[in-house]
Design a protein around this ligand. Structure first.
Ligand code: ACO
Length: 335
């Protein structure tokens, strides 16, 4: 008899957005920009920002607590916690370890994974492998970033683009639903276009690195934009078409929310109408690794998905790193 190959099914979602809203009008007071420019060039209206002292592990903990409460399961049932982030609470210990302690998941191991805006997709791939190999029964994949901690609020090229937040999903084995297919890529030759220079082993923190503002996000927006438009559209199309999903077969396309124009290009290539495309960039901006799980949690909460729906996740970010994933939705809609 052929052994059953389990899929990694999303059986729970949770999210956390800080209360504090930073609107485009607020940003107009910080740098030479306008609400009109930001909305037309990016689609962003406002974003959420943590309060002093709040960081990635706390936001992630809140998202996971919401998930566990919705599912009515105990943290002790969790086997592993994978945290995608580029803004860990500290270099070490891992944010996953801090979260494990916060939620008292005493039977879980876990680790952090760094791949910027594609981090959650990469985390999903790792979590899915733990489930389908039979090594784990319940894996939590978190995407969380405190982008305000690495933004230069004097640089209009970057500070308008990002927000803070966290999202989490629970993966469990299923014979029918879950991750069906994916395609993931990195191309390190794009590293120079989007990076944070200092704070790692090559340029440890010093007066010099602080004075030079090297602990902030640097982005050559035009170059990243060009690669992102093509990268996200092509890989989404590749995953959809090889699974015979086109146009009306896709129930929800959940793209990374970096720029509404990048999203529109990918949606056009897939032949989708607006109602098939998840958008929250207007309210939350680009929350880096948190974007996709926040979208999933919102789609779940708002009953945008039904059992068996075809969902395509897609992302492009620093590295360059990018990818797409086809999921057969396995959570019943709320009554
Ligand atoms: N307000 C007003 N004017 C601005 C602003 C601003 N906030 N920012 C830039 N400008 C100006 C520029 O200085 C430039 O002026 P100039 O023509 O006089 O030189 C003009 O607007 C046009 O600038 P562009 O950079 O060409 O603007 P563009 O239309 O490309 O939009 C943006 C910039 C929004 C950053 C876009 O390039 C973009 O979205 N890039 C991709 C972002 C992305 O996908 N990142 C990957 C994920 S993030 C991650 O992985 C962490």
């Amino acid at each position: 008899m052929k052994p059953i190959q389990f899929r990694a099914n999303i059986t729970g979602t949770g999210k956390y957005l800080p209360e504090k809203v930073l609107s485009n009008q607020d940003i107009e007071k910080l740098v030479d920009t306008s609400d009109e420019w930001i909305q037309t060039r990016t689609g962003i209206r406002e974003r959420r920002i943590v309060k002093n002292g709040q960081a990635t592990a706390e936001m992630s903990t809140n998202a996971i607590i919401q998930l566990l409460e919705k599912r009515d399961i105990s943290a002790e049932e969790i086997d592993a916690i994978i945290v995608a982030t580029i803004t860990p609470d500290m270099m070490f210990p891992s944010t996953a370890a801090i979260i494990q302690s916060n939620i008292k998941a005493k039977n879980a191991w876990g680790y952090d994974l760094s791949s910027a805006c594609s981090g959650f997709l990469f985390g999903m791939q790792s979590g899915a492998a733990l489930i389908s190999s039979g090594q784990c029964k319940k894996v939590i994949v978190v995407g969380a970033d405190t982008m305000s901690s690495i933004l230069n609020f004097e640089d209009r090229n970057t500070c308008i683009l990002f927000g803070d937040g966290a999202g989490a999903v629970l993966l469990e084995p299923s014979e029918e639903y879950g991750v069906i297919d994916s395609e993931l890529r990195v191309d390190g030759s794009g590293g120079e276009y989007l990076k944070m220079d200092a704070g790692g082993s090559r340029l440890p923190a010093s007066h010099h690195t602080v004075d030079n503002k090297q602990h902030f996000v640097y982005q050559d927006g035009k170059s990243v934009f060009k690669h992102a438009v093509k990268g996200m559209a092509d890989i989404s199309y590749q995953v959809a078409s090889r699974n015979n999903l086109m146009g009306s077969d896709i129930d929800l396309f959940i793209p990374h929310q970096a720029n509404k124009r990048i999203i529109d290009a990918a949606a056009k290539k897939l032949g989708l109408s607006d109602s098939q495309v998840m958008i929250n960039i207007d309210r939350f901006a680009n929350t880096t690794a948190a974007t996709l799980p926040i979208c999933l949690a919102e789609a779940d909460e708002e009953n945008m998905l039904s059992l068996g729906d075809n969902v395509i996740l897609s992302a492009f970010g620093a590295g360059f790193s990018w990818g797409a994933m086809y999921i057969k939705w396995g959570l019943p809609a709320y009554a």
